[in-house]
Design a protein around this ligand. Structure first.
Ligand code: BES
Ligand code: ZN
Ligand code: ZN
Length: 503
């Protein structure tokens, strides 16, 4: 790892001073700072190389009237800004000071410190495995906390920072790695190497023969033309005490999406290595949770891994597939493959009888157009679940917008000669919403008609769907200065699960 906490304050470290409402007067009256334009305003950064110090403003006054809940002081972003603004220097050691602001409770002070460190570590990471050493961009970071803030740095906090950093970096690494490295043939090995040592984790990999026997007809069709056989991964993280809650996390796992026979046109295929971003997100979350340890929550991660390719045995538009749930689906477009793999993964998830099912998927281009590449679209069938997820996302300042799954659009995915069709009938009708509506048919066991499934009292499961097509990967530098895999969503879902665990 490229980061660590140090107990020792080293001579050559740069001092990072947070300028908050408590200390702003003192700093602004100092002669040194009066020579500059620094006022301690949020996001202002002042670097004084001679005195080896950096000042970061966090005082915020509202200027324009706004109800944007994503416009709060964000320490994660500030930590990243710091690393980005010093990118051209060779500082690696930092002493942090100024997190003990009396405006905030001690809990909030700790969270601010934690988010700042997380932001620094993420801005410092870059996928370097294909570059020679002299071109590597990952920066080494060693942090220590100044005497005045040392009470905030507990062992627990350090552990949490480490767990989240490892989780988020894993998510970003998996997304950035090319499809010849991460594909259905290799993913099992990666899961084993990251999680295999943990005695609280069980790993089940269902291979093609098993999936055929189980009749996962929708998932299998999507992966059929690839040289890599589809595989379904089911990972269970067992809590340290008795199970009171059970959560199923489902991640879209298309390790490459060429579009299939409805091939993506030039320019739109590039970056489709990110189509396993949902799976990578859940993988990162499990990694972080496995290091944090839960008391009462059993977490399942389920991903159907496949590669959407072309070939003589590729599935085609006009095919009618029988899903694992027994519901039939007429293929209208082979590029709407994600929902077919998710259909079977969601059906499988209901059989684990969880309290909540949450899926994350790079599902639609429509989502990206509707909510921009910075936002996740949040949909679902349970108000309470939506509300608590939204709360977690706002706390972590990870941009997410609630999109109602309007029933008026449901007819868009209903078929004539099959139960469902895999696109909306009218492509201009909120493609992200019709995709969500399609998925909803696979979390309600009352709609299932595969008699081989062992379902005695069918249940409609509480479910939330995150379309992360935009937020998982940013083409333009985002608010933490990242272009490429963002790692967004990991922090919020970990937070959400931690809250459930203590409920
Ligand atoms: N993986 C794509 C969605 C996507 C597009 C994710 C851009 C990230 C960036 C998905 O499988 C897809 O191709 N969806 C189609 C569905 C359409 C054919 C109904 C889309 O959104 O165009
Ligand atoms: Zn597609
Ligand atoms: Zn896709």
């Amino acid at each position: 790892m490229n980061y660590k906490f140090s107990k020792y304050i080293s001579e050559d470290a740069i001092k990072v001073q947070i300028v908050n409402t408590d200390n702003v007067e003192k700093f602004l009256s100092s002669e040194l700072l009066q020579l500059t334009k620094f006022e301690g305003k949020y996001k202002q950064i002042l670097h004084l190389p001679e005195s080896k110090s950096v000042y970061i403003g966090v005082t915020k006054e509202s200027t324009i009237k706004s109800i944007d809940v994503w416009n709060k002081v964000d320490y994660y972003e500030l930590g990243a800004n710091l690393v980005n603004s010093l990118a051209k220097t060779n500082y690696s050691k930092f002493i942090l000071e100024g997190f003990s602001n009396t405006d905030n409770s001690i809990e909030v002070q700790k969270e601010n410190l934690m988010r700042f460190c997380l932001g620094m570590y993420q801005a410092a990471w870059h996928l370097d495995s294909f570059l020679p050493e002299n071109k590597a961009k990952t920066k080494k970071i060693i942090l220590s906390i100044s005497e005045s803030d040392i009470h905030l740095k507990t062992l627990e906090l350090e552990k949490e920072i480490d767990a989240l950093t490892k989780g988020i970096i894993l998510t970003r690494e998996l997304i950035e790695l090319p499809p010849q490295v991460i594909n259905p043939s290799t993913i099992g090995e990666k899961i084993n190497s990251e999680l295999g040592d943990n005695p609280n984790i069980s790993i089940t990999l269902l291979d093609k023969a098993k999936l055929e026997q189980m009749k996962m007809g929708a998932f299998l069709a999507v992966g059929r033309a690839s040289i890599h056989a589809p595989v379904l991964a089911h990972i269970v993280l067992t809590p340290s005490k008795n199970v009171k809650h059970r959560i199923a996390l489902i991640g879209k796992g298309l390790t490459y999406d060429s579009g299939g026979l409805d091939i993506k046109i030039s320019g739109f295929m590039k970056t489709m290595k990110i189509d396993m971003g949902g799976a990578a997100t859940m993988f990162g979350i499990i990694k972080a949770l496995s290091l944090l340890k839960l008391n009462h929550t059993e977490v399942h991660w389920i991903s159907a891994f496949a590669e959407n390719m072309l070939g003589g045995d590729a599935y085609k538009a006009d095919d009618i597939l029988t899903s694992y749930s027994g519901q039939t689906i007429e293929v209208f477009n082979t590029d709407a493959e994600g929902r077919l793999t998710l259909a079977d993964a969601l059906t499988y998830a209901t059989l684990q009888n969880p309290d909540y099912i949450i899926d994350a998927a790079t599902l639609t281009g429509a989502c990206m157009r509707a909510v921009t590449e910075y936002f996740t679209a949040l949909m679902g069938n349970d108000q309470e679940l939506i509300d608590s997820l939204q709360e977690a996302f706002i706390e972590e300042q990870e941009k997410t917008v609630y999109v109602p799954m309007a029933e008026i659009l449901r007819e868009q995915v209903q078929g004539e000669i099959a139960d469902l069709i895999n696109t909306g009938k009218d492509p201009s009708m909120g493609g992200h919403i019709t995709a969500g509506l399609f998925l909803s048919h696979f979390v309600d066991q009352n709609l299932f008609r595969n008699s081989e499934l062992d379902i005695h009292s069918p249940k409609a499961y509480k479910w939330a769907h995150l379309d992360i097509a935009g937020s998982v990967y940013n083409k333009y530098k985002n608010s933490i200065g990242v272009d490429g895999a963002t790692g967004q969503t990991v922090r919020s879902l970990v937070k959400f699960i931690q809250k459930i665990d203590i409920a």
